[in-house]
Design a protein around this ligand. Structure first.
Ligand code: NAD
Length: 496
């Protein structure tokens, strides 16, 4: 069985803890690799390598760092197909979707190439007589990123591109379910000229995460994953004085107003509900049908669902692949039973799809209608190809539903009425809003983050807020005095 090991100080480092975990090909259900799980000592050695690399990397000029980032971009760009194939092999999403993930990840490297501009400070000449004041931002030191299974290339790029561009050194703890892409990225970064120790990967489970959180040399932690883990990581990191941003789970609603183009809304609901088998934190999981359109909208969605091509993702035909593990597939499917038992109508049961008889972790696309907020399929994040429909009489009821939901990652509205869309943008309690756009993931030069239980911490990820997160401010007040003007003055400094 092929083994996946850590990457420390510019080279692959075989695990020494004796612990490891299985990695599957979700399309075949076969275990293909074992991934080493780091113990405390291995995390320590990665942090030590990053700590040692920090002073020189921090002192590397902005133009040299930008030059290396351009090379990183070009190197990763040349290996897009290879990275996407690794994602498909271990996550299960279809190749075209994996290519999209790599492209969206690369946006963050492209943004970080502008680091000389992004790190410009502010300068006030003659703030007081003969005194200038200026603000600069400096890197934090060793920073860590802990990433989820569902974007094994893009989410690490959300984190490390800005982190290293700002002059930090980085430890990535990727998901243990699909760890190969991060290891390949590490090799490509070295090939592109990133100095040893600037980017390190430790694989593992909670033991590795706890070691990162306990390490006093790790100054900041970026996390993306489920809400309970995000909450506990935010608490632990805050307690130990680390800077932390923990992006969490989601339950994204798409409100369809009676005046919407129903075909467009149905296309969007199917695309955003079942793309990547629903394993996206920005997937639409609830369609809110407002007014009398409910039956027609459900019929239009059902008609499109019948045409979704499910397969192993390696061919050009398949549009949706398997789920990441057998346990996850079975948990997702259980919401079809609980929904039915709690009074919803299961319009399409993905377990009846012939694809389920294959060896991989497949589930067909599923639709549950007449869902209410009391049902488990509404209350829980399902994270699979199960779309729920809630019906409301009015816009006011619909927006109340969205705002009372504990999560607030993305939310979308479909309408032809500009005034209604503008009101939604004003009212909705979510960090990312789509107007006739079902998956409003911000482009790399904005920042990504939800509200409420979808984000713990106050800084969104990547884009300008990413630069802010990975640096700290320093304000310098400076005088090059004429000694003749020097006096003793015990009063509090004020401008003159
Ligand atoms: P997860 O929380 O199970 O795992 C995320 C990371 O935390 C992994 O690296 C994992 O090894 C580690 N981890 C797991 N349990 C841990 C524990 N008890 N203590 C410490 N570390 C632990 O999440 P996942 O299943 O990999 O990813 C899916 C989840 O991520 C969904 O809830 C999804 O909504 C969320 N997500 C959110 C965003 C966002 O931007 N808000 C983006 C992608 C995914």
């Amino acid at each position: 069985m092929e083994r996946i090991s850590h990457y420390i100080d510019g080279q692959i480092a075989a695990g020494s803890s004796g612990r490891s975990g299985p990695v599957y090909d979700p399309a075949s259900g076969q275990e293909t690799h074992r991934v080493d799980f780091a113990a405390l000592e291995e995390v320590r050695s990665a942090v030590a390598a990053a700590q040692e690399a920090f002073p020189a990397w921090r002192a590397t000029s902005l133009s040299r760092r930008a030059d290396i980032l351009f090379r990183v971009r070009e190197t990763l760009d040349r290996h897009r197909g290879e990275l996407a194939a690794l994602v498909t092999a271990q996550h299960g999403k279809v190749l075209s979707d994996a290519m999209g993930e790599v492209a969206r990840g690369l946006e963050n490297v492209e943004f970080a190439c502008g680091i000389p501009h992004l790190l410009k400070g502010a300068y006030s000449e003659q703030a007081s007589t003969g005194i200038d004041v200026y603000a600069i931002r400096q890197p934090l030191g060793v920073v860590a990123g802990i990433s989820p299974f569902n974007f094994p290339v893009m989410v690490p790029m959300w984190m490390f591109a800005n982190a290293i561009a700002c002059g930090n050194t980085f430890i990535l703890k990727p998901s243990e379910k699909d760890p190969s892409a991060s290891l390949r990225i590490a090799e490509l970064l070295t090939e592109a000229g990133v100095p040893d120790g600037v980017f390190n990967v430790v694989h593992g489970d909670r033991v590795a995460v706890d070691a990162i959180l306990a390490d006093p040399d790790v100054k900041a932690v970026s996390f993306v994953g489920s809400t309970p883990v995000a909450r506990s990581i935010h608490e632990a990191a805050t307690r130990s004085g680390k800077r932390v941003q923990a992006l969490a789970g989601a339950k994204n609603h798409m409100i369809v107003l009676p005046d919407a183009d129903l075909d467009m809304a149905a296309d969007a609901a199917v695309s955003a509900g079942f793309g990547s088998a629903g394993e996206r934190c920005m997937a639409i999981s609830v369609v809110v049908a407002v007014g009398a359109i409910g039956d027609r909208l459900v019929a239009a969605i059902k008609e499109r669902m019948a045409k979704v091509q499910i397969g192993d993702g390696r061919d050009a035909r398949s549009e949706m692949g398997p789920l990441v593990t057998r346990e996850h597939r079975d948990r997702v499917a259980s919401y079809l039973d609980s929904g039915r038992a709690q009074g919803a109508t299961v319009v399409v049961d993905g377990r009846e799809d012939p694809i389920v008889s294959r060896a991989g972790f497949f589930l067909g696309v599923s639709l549950i209608d007449h869902v209410t907020p009391a049902m488990d399929c509404y209350r829980d994040e399902i994270f699979g190809p199960v779309l729920s429909v809630v019906r409301t009489e009015t816009y006011e009821e619909a927006i109340q539903l969205v705002n009372e939901n504990p999560w607030g990652n993305g939310a979308a509205i479909f309408t032809r009425d500009g005034g209604a869309a503008r009101q939604f943008q004003f009212d909705v309690e979510a960090g990312m809003v789509g107007i006739n756009v079902p998956i409003p993931v911000p482009v790399g030069y904005y920042s990504f983050g939800g509200w409420k239980q979808s984000l713990f911490g106050d800084t969104h990820m990547y884009g300008p807020e990413g630069i802010h997160f990975y640096t700290r401010g320093k304000v310098v007040t400076s005088r090059w005095p004429d000694p003749a003007t020097s006096t003793v003055d015990l009063g509090f400094p004020r401008t003159r």
